[in-house]
Design a protein around this ligand. Structure first.
Ligand code: NAD
Length: 345
């Protein structure tokens, strides 16, 4: 069984989960089902089904400049993920209460009155009646887009690539998030892509404290001050994009293309060889050994198992330090890098 982190709500969150970003609709149900069979219990999803707007999170300019056509979608797979879950439950492989299902509030639904309806829609997509964790995806409030018109809405308000903000403050959004807990639609609520400053502000008024902070975290972007601040204030930290640039090559994010792959880095390779593990496992263990949860994704059965098997070995402190020393403040998941004029980082 995967070890867990005790959240400030009393619930246990598996320290390794399965990320659903860029998992295609046609394979998603099977991948989730196979992941459950392989032992995964946490699934990290976000804003639902997308068919007609692939790469809606990229600006028109970035899309036009892509040199090849990506073969994945931007989440948009909560219905299929739910089908995978339903099949596993039906076959008795797992019970709902043994799973930890995470979803996220997209930017277009930050207005207080939009939070509950979209959460209910996402629950219906998954086919479950509560989320274990529901998190604010970005500290960015965009103008509401009716899901009947376009879903998921992506960053731009219409097809013209323009960002249109809403006036909702984070306090307004958070108050609505708190009512999800009151109504038992979410057991825990959290945030993602928040800075320490935003956390400081949120913690002043939060009636229900955020349980987790999900951030980009890998050896090229370690963010030690933010991690320390969050954990000191009782938030569990979840790392996304644990393999650094790898996930962003297919998006043709320029600084990912010009950066040495972590799997081939001498420091990472040396530690992996010493422990008889793969570089991927070392990168995941580097996080989990410091109490940081990880949510890698793979559709390869060997890698699926490998990624889950990250707590069976211990790195030495000097090895952890040598990997942490690779930090160069290099962020890949930046809206500005996708061509959006949203300089949150
Ligand atoms: P990832 O860390 O899952 O890396 C994915 C890439 O690594 C894929 O190309 C995969 O094939 C490869 N891979 C996986 N396991 C491997 C192994 N053992 N050996 C070799 N290659 C391997 O990156 P990600 O998808 O960017 O992040 C993980 C999850 O984090 C996402 O699926 C999503 O759920 C979440 N996420 C959240 C945000 C956010 O804004 N909150 C942003 C990005 C990602």
């Amino acid at each position: 069984m995967t070890p867990t982190i005790k959240l400030n709500t009393g619930y246990d969150m598996p320290i390794v989960g399965f990320g659903l970003w860029k998992v295609n609709n046609d394979t998603c149900a099977d991948q989730v089902y196979e992941a459950i069979k392989a032992g995964y219990r946490l699934f990290d999803g976000a804003c639902g089904k997308q068919l007609s707007h692939p790469l809606s999170f990229l600006s028109l300019e970035r899309k036009e400049n892509l040199t090849s056509s990506p073969n994945f979608t931007d989440y948009g797979n909560e219905v299929e993920a739910g089908q995978g879950v339903a099949r596993a439950i039906k076959e008795g492989i797992v019970k709902r209460e043994e799973l930890f299902i995470v979803s996220k509030l997209w930017n277009s639904f930050h207005d207080g009155e939009r939070v509950e309806p979209i959460c209910r829609k996402q629950l219906a997509d998954w086919g479950v009646d509560y989320f274990d964790l529901y998190i604010v995806h970005f500290p960015v409030a965009l103008k509401y887009v009716d899901p009947a018109v376009r879903y998921p809405p992506g960053w731009s308000y219409a097809d013209d690539d323009k960002i249109v903000h809403s006036t909702a403050s984070i306090q307004e959004t958070w108050s609505a998030m708190e009512t999800l807990v009151d109504q038992k639609l979410a057991r825990s609520i959290g945030v993602s892509n928040f800075s320490a400053q935003l956390l400081m502000d949120l913690l002043r008024y939060a009636r229900v404290r955020p349980a987790t902070l999900q951030i980009e975290h890998h050896p090229y972007l370690t963010q030690p001050r933010l991690v320390k601040y969050a954990t000191q204030h009782g938030l569990a930290v979840t790392a996304y994009s644990s393999f650094g640039p790898l996930s962003f090559l297919e998006l043709q994010v320029p600084n990912a293309e010009n950066c040495p792959p972590l799997f081939e880095h001498d420091v990472v390779k040396a530690v992996a060889e010493k422990h008889g593990k793969t570089p991927a496992q070392v990168l995941l263990r580097w996080a989990t050994q410091r109490g940081i949860a990880v949510i890698p994704k793979s559709n390869n059965p060997t890698r699926l198992a490998q990624n889950l098997d990250v707590v069976g070995f211990e790195l030495e402190q000097a090895e952890i330090d040598s990997i942490s020393a690779l930090d160069r403040g290099l962020r890949f998941n930046d809206p500005v890098g996708y061509g959006m004029d949203v300089p949150i980082f």
